[in-house]
Design a protein around this ligand. Sequence first.
Ligand SMILES: CC(C)(COP(=O)(O)OP(=O)(O)OC[C@H]1O[C@@H](n2cnc3c(N)ncnc32)[C@H](O)[C@@H]1OP(=O)(O)O)[C@@H](O)C(=O)NCCC(=O)NCCS
Length: 321
Amino acid sequence: MAVPEVRPATESTSDALLELVQGARKALVVRGESITSAWVEEATADLKAGRQAGWTAGDRGLAFASSRATRTFAHVHVTEGPEPVEVAETLFAVLIANFGPTVQRLESAVSGLTDAEEATLAERFAAAPGATVLLRSRMERPVPPALPGPGLVDPVGFERTSVRSVPIEALTELDWRSFQGTPDERLVADTVEEDRQSLEEILAGRLGRFLDEASCALLKDGRELVGGILISEHDPRTAVVLDLLVEPSERRHGLGRFLLLWGLRALTALGYSTVRLWVTQANRPAWALYESLGFSVSGHSRIFRYEPGPPASAAHPQTSR
Ligand SMILES: CC(C)(COP(=O)(O)OP(=O)(O)OC[C@H]1O[C@@H](n2cnc3c(N)ncnc32)[C@H](O)[C@@H]1OP(=O)(O)O)[C@@H](O)C(=O)NCCC(=O)NCCS
């Protein structure tokens, strides 16, 4: 059976778009992401009016995209039916074909496929030049019951302070540096400024109410910022670790473990029952730390990344093929 023809979303009826957007939201909520129902109405109206770029493959799929600086963020949703992987591939081909000339990178998530179908799609997608897939896992563990006895002692020579008491410039600088050289270095931000914006969004509660009491920054000798943990609320029972970082020269001395254990104790006091986080599978230090503290995988998601590279005419003669 052929994949339905892909058409601009502006040519769909509002009802058809609403159904597709609702399906995408449902799939993402099941995956543990928090997306409001108000978003459904808004996204449908924006797609219909052309304020948000989008394409439909009949009633089998929807792709939508928005650009920020040199990146395009997209989402591909596939509904139940035959040849779901082919539907997703067709929508990806349209996204790539509509890539603006100033955009250097497309990043997209996919919903509606089973894990096995998504894995097949990932394998096929990553075979194309300029395409890579980042496998992310959701890990969870129960928040431990209250433990008797004294609390966790701060590591010698270090002291905790509230995240908000640290100048945003210092927090950004450490965050940016911490992720350089890791598989996540361009996950959240391409520039220091974007990194700062993402931290400000966390602190402003855009990704769930920021839990000041469960988050902290770590200072060395009372002044130098060397680590931090940022935790927000996902729902009244579940907290989510949005950022954990340790200054590169201070790693493997137990600071990451301390920050996470401290966050867990704070979550016990606040009454949360589960703590969750997302980690890129290739980020081995983080993965090993979470596993050693009893986190286990509860789901997966993939980031489909496409970077066409410089146009052929701009390529260096010796590096072009
Ligand atoms: C992940 C990170 C916070 C760990 O901080 P850390 O202070 O070095 O971690 P710890 O010293 O407390 O290590 C605790 C355990 O984690 C595991 N671990 C940490 N780094 C590791 C590495 N490089 N290789 C293998 N295991 C590692 C080990 O099990 C370690 O226990 P051990 O030292 O007794 O063997 C740090 O590497 C970091 O800032 N990375 C960049 C930012 C990042 O990726 N954050 C997580 C985002 S999801």
